[in-house]
Design a protein around this ligand. Structure first.
Ligand code: GLA
Length: 402
């Protein structure tokens, strides 16, 4: 099923390339989206995250040309839904970012950042981009776009980025060209994910640890609420700033360096700050989430599903109540999964990604996955009046040349 999806996307890329450029492409690359199992809003605090790549990809088909530019067509790609659109890209490191970013900003930004980091292109290229990573669903469609572009530039230039170089240059592109102050999780997992493994990433040392996740009796069910609330633009930088303010008040750079005991002991000091109560709640989430992430990773390795479920529950509650990045539609999906519970095969469920809509991740017993998905869809429709969409995925392979 996953292979079939990938093959269809690949065929789509080849056909689209032929339609636009009249020949077969010579280079094909792919980079996946991701789902975060736990460790939400911790990456920019230097904390721990625990994502895995999903069987949903962005694929680029390309061929070098004699021109000094890149002409790239996309179908349903980037942050804005563009059914089919073309962009022209300059192969220079010093291209100025646009005031109003759109999908071309991710592509231009990644090209420019690759060139800054030492890749050189002898000529331009023609390319098409296709993707089956749901847009705006919190599954990192934008990181998969950046990482696929960086992988293409590696292949065309012959310059291989080592280790964390590729994900970090994609993060630079997102900050500077897409103007989104994201953390490092999405680009790391899209670039370096491995089949049948989740990734425990220490965002302070930037060192990933691959954690086998190959128990066939447990599956990852992703449910898209199909809602995206418009406030995301300002909320994310605001959360980031709140965490930084608390860390600095405690004489640290990052909340990762603050323990829960220390945070609780400093409560009065934080409450005395402007918006102190909110700041304290934000910090309590970030500090607590690191503890939960490490516990969940150990429990997952040990097959201790009860503990896994508890950590996912506590993470969701904290994101809903302390970090305030959930919404009623997402809460409804998580509540439905909870009502099914471990006895019904739903091990644990939580919001995943940046929040304010998007997707819920539920670990389920494989033999109950269909039943649970159907029940969640039915009850979501009855409660919220909207259609949820689903898929089950295994931990997938990160970026690669095809
Ligand atoms: C977005 C960002 C990530 C991370 C998550 C929240 O996906 O791109 O860096 O901060 O939100 O965990």
């Amino acid at each position: 099923m996953a292979d079939q999806l990938f093959d269809n996307l690949l065929a789509d890329a080849k056909e689209f390339f032929r339609e636009k450029f009249g020949a077969a492409p010579t280079v094909l690359v792919a980079a996946p989206g991701r789902v975060n199992l736990i460790g939400e809003h911790t990456d920019y605090n230097g904390g721990y995250v625990f994502p895995m790549a999903i069987e949903r990809y962005t694929i680029i088909a390309a061929t070098p040309t004699d021109s000094d530019k890149a002409t790239i067509w996309t179908k349903d790609c980037g942050k804005k839904m563009v059914p089919s659109a073309a962009g022209e890209f300059a192969l220079r490191a010093d291209v100025k970012p646009e005031e109003q970013p759109d999908w071309t900003s991710y592509v231009q930004g990644t090209i420019s950042c690759c060139l800054r980091k030492g890749a050189t292109l002898k000529s331009g290229f023609d390319a098409v981009i296709v993707s089956n990573v749901p847009l705006g669903g919190g599954l990192s469609s934008s990181a998969s776009l950046e990482v696929s572009v960086a992988t293409l530039i590696e292949e065309l230039s012959g310059h291989k980025f080592e280790g964390s170089e590729k994900p970090l240059l994609c993060v630079d592109a997102e900050h500077e060209y897409a103007r989104m102050p994201c953390g490092i999780m999405d680009q790391f997992i899209s670039a370096l994910g491995q089949k049948d493994c989740a990734m425990l990433l220490d965002c302070l040392t930037e060192k990933p640890e691959m954690v086998p996740m190959s128990d066939p009796t447990v599956s990852v069910l992703i449910t898209n609420s199909n809602v995206k609330h418009a406030l995301t633009g300002s909320e994310y930088p605001e959360r980031r700033a709140s965490c930084k303010a608390v860390a600095e008040a405690l004489g640290r750079k990052l909340l990762r360096e603050v323990s829960m005991d220390e945070l609780l002991a400093s409560k009065d000091k934080i409450l005395a700050m402007e918006n102190g109560e909110t700041l304290f709640k934000r910090a309590r989430h970030a500090v607590g989430e690191d503890v939960r992430t490490l516990k969940m990773k150990d429990a997952l390795v040990a097959g201790d599903w009860a503990t896994v479920g508890e950590q996912m529950r506590a993470s969701h509650d904290s994101l809903r109540d302390d970090y305030e990045v959930s919404c009623s539609e997402i809460d409804a999906l998580v509540e439905i999964a909870r009502s099914i519970g471990p006895d019904g095969g739903a091990i644990g469920s939580r919001i995943t990604g940046g929040g304010f809509g998007g997707c819920v991740v539920t670990l389920v017993k494989t033999d109950k996955a269909d039943e649970i998905a159907e029940k969640m869809a039915r009850e979501y429709k009855a409660r919220v009046g909207k259609d949820a969409t689903f898929f089950v995925t295994r931990p997938a392979q990160g970026a690669r040349v095809l």
